[in-house]
Design a protein around this ligand. Structure first.
Ligand code: PLP
Length: 441
């Protein structure tokens, strides 16, 4: 716990903490950002990312058979990268015009679980399932992985349990794939989890255990209970290397898509990527991956709600995952359930500290106006959490970042990472949209 005196010391060291405590919407540039060649060796590298991508390829025949919606892409799960000119002009009317081109990475359209959590969550479960099957001698090298849908495999996996703590979307990804493989799966959800996400989880065959507390509490409780069972495996969103690695594969994919669309990324064509941030795993993983590919030519920013700036608080104070937003007096309450996280990831934040260019905080109401504007201008629906990246280009331009780093913005490519939306039920969509329209009026 943090005493009043300790907080006072921290504020004295970093005055910006005062604005964070006052839930102001701020733009923070990372003073610790390192030139890529000066970054330390991490536990993971480009080779690990390529191996992770191979695991996805091995499982493609499983997806085709288990999830027929992936048949048309041969079991390959990917989302489009779309240029959003209409939204770019809408945004440019309200504030400084956006220089360069604006794109949306549409992970809201990722098949099966409809959020970026499919990247990390599916990957971690596939890797675990593969390792169990190999150890049991059930799987040969070069085997067709559609065998994972066989009754024999399902019976085998039913001896094992999987646990995960979640505000909703991670639980959905882990729950859906684990149940499909035959695992017993329990999702420990925080109070922020939406009713429809819990219902959907139960429908897919997962057990749902609800906690009155926030995400960190759901994780701690889930971790403890899962560890009581020796045949159980816990997917730890506060510390998982495999989740992080799964997210980083998204960088390889977007790099291919940029190349297909003939978009250059180099010293005079900077790439800016803006990611909504909860615990910091998904934005950290994609930022790490992008840095491995583009080094100093890519600039990664996170966006957090003003009431739950977990990663920002960890980085600004230097306390990392040792501090939570509750420790500085914030309530950790937001409508953006995917971002309702009070304490940052231990594993991811240690890496993001050197690699990310900055963090912007956003008020809830803005998430809804962005949601409505995007729907009107592009006919794309996102869940509230997923819209946060859209404030990125203008915040970055206003922050002076481009001047400091002498970047040519007229050649800039901006990517807002849209992190979820596909599974949101129609009634919810309408409520979100109406709320946004009301704020705009
Ligand atoms: C989980 C989530 C995020 C943030 O990912 P973290 O790994 O928690 O930082 C962003 N948007 C949506 C829709 C999410 O579900």
């Amino acid at each position: 716990m943090y005493s009043k005196d300790k907080i006072k010391d921290l504020v004295q060291q970093s005055p910006v903490l005062n604005q964070i405590i006052n839930t102001e919407a701020i733009s923070w540039l990372n003073p610790n950002l390192k030139p890529f060649k000066n970054t330390p060796k991490y536990d993971l590298n480009l080779n690990d990312m390529r191996e992770a991508e191979q695991l996805w390829k091995r499982f493609a025949p499983f997806f085709v058979k288990a999830f027929p919606e992936t048949e048309k892409t041969n079991g390959f799960l990917e989302s489009p990268l779309r240029e959003i000119r209409g939204m770019q002009s809408v945004l440019s009317k309200d504030a400084v015009p956006i220089q360069g081109r604006l794109f949306l990475k549409c992970d809201n359209e990722l098949p099966i679980s409809g959020s970026i959590k499919a990247r990390g969550g599916f990957f971690e479960i596939m890797k675990y399932a593969e390792s169990l099957a190999l150890k049991a001698g059930m799987l040969k090298h070069n085997e067709d992985y559609s065998i994972f849908t066989s009754p024999r495999f399902k019976a085998f996996f039913s001896q094992y349990s999987i646990g995960v703590g979640s505000t909703g979307n991670l639980g959905l990804s882990i729950g859906i794939i684990s149940a499909k493989l035959g695992f017993k799966v329990t999702v420990y959800v925080s109070a922020d989890a939406k009713e429809w996400k819990k219902d959907l989880l139960r429908e897919k065959g997962a057990a749902v255990v609800e906690f009155a507390g926030d995400f960190s509490e759901a994780i701690s409780a889930g971790r403890k209970r899962t560890q009581l069972d020796s045949n159980a495996y816990f997917v730890d969103d506060e510390d998982s290397k495999d989740l992080f690695l799964g997210y980083s594969v998204g960088a390889l994919r977007i790099a291919e898509q940029l190349e297909e669309q003939q978009i250059k990324v180099d010293a005079i064509h900077p790439l800016f990527v803006y990611s909504p941030c909860g615990v910091g795993g998904s934005p950290g993983g994609t930022a790490f991956g992008l840095k491995q590919i583009y080094g100093d030519h890519v600039h990664c920013f996170f966006i957090e709600p003003t009431h739950c700036p977990a990663v920002l608080t960890g980085l600004v104070t230097g306390e990392m995952s040792g501090i939570s937003v509750q420790d500085i007096g914030l309530d950790n309450k937001t409508e953006a359930d995917g971002l309702a996280v009070g304490r940052p990831s231990h594993f991811a934040t240690a890496i993001s500290k050197d690699l990310i260019s900055g963090i912007f905080t956003i008020e809830d109401e803005v998430l809804f106006t962005l949601l409505a504007e995007l729907k009107d201008s592009e006919n794309i629906f996102l869940e509230p959490s997923a819209t946060a990246g859209l404030i990125g280009p203008q915040r970055m331009q206003e922050s002076g970042y481009a001047q400091i780093h002498q970047l040519h913005l007229k050649n800039a490519t901006h990517v807002a990472w849209a992190t979820g939306g596909l599974l949101v039920p129609l009634e919810q969509r309408e409520l979100f949209y109406k709320r946004g329209c009301k704020s705009l009026a």
